[in-house]
Design a protein. Structure first.
Length: 170
């Protein structure tokens, strides 16, 4: 009788390990599914910017004699900004914001409206640039679209797009 009792005890020990292993695998699967669901809610891949990217126009000054505008932008977000793209509207229709390129003074290239910071503009950092609006006669609204450079990709931060009405640049 002793032999039978010992044999049953060993079988129940193996069964308990199998059950314990099954529980651990099931819990791992549940945790994986939950994390996968949570990551879908907050995606952040190479084509998107973090939500906390924010840029503002802290100051602007129009020189109506030269048809130039000096724009000072400030990074109010929590991440570095690699640069921004500027566009303007010279009509009072807000639906047309970002209609024309606003080029840097003396730059005739195709990318004349792209400002690139070297090094990147850190949080609370400021940068001033001078732009020429002579070909448009005036500026009613300006649009600034920041971008970040991460691991070779340059995603535009459409969630941080800034549109601001401008006065005094006629």
């Amino acid at each position: 009788m002793n032999k039978r009792g010992k044999g049953k005890k060993a079988v129940s020990l193996v069964v308990s390990y199998v059950i314990l292993t099954g529980i651990v695998i099931a819990m791992s699967g549940i945790t994986y599914a939950w994390l996968k669901f949570r990551v879908k809610e907050f995606p952040l891949n190479g084509n998107e910017c973090p939500e906390d990217v924010s840029i503002i126009i802290s100051d602007y000054l129009c020189d109506q004699d030269l048809n130039n505008i000096t724009i000072t932008v400030e990074n109010r977000g929590r991440f570095n900004i690699s640069g921004y793209v500027t566009k303007i509207n010279n009509e009072s229709k807000p639906a047309l914001a970002g209609r024309y390129k606003l080029c840097k003074v003396g730059d005739d290239s195709n990318e004349c409206n792209q400002i690139i910071f070297l090094p990147a503009l850190s949080p609370n950092g400021k940068n001033s640039q001078e732009f020429d609006y002579a070909q448009y006669d005036n500026i009613k609204q300006i649009e600034i679209l920041p971008f970040r450079s991460d691991e070779g990709e340059v995603p535009f931060c459409s969630n941080a797009l800034l549109r601001q009405d401008i006065t005094g640049c006629e």
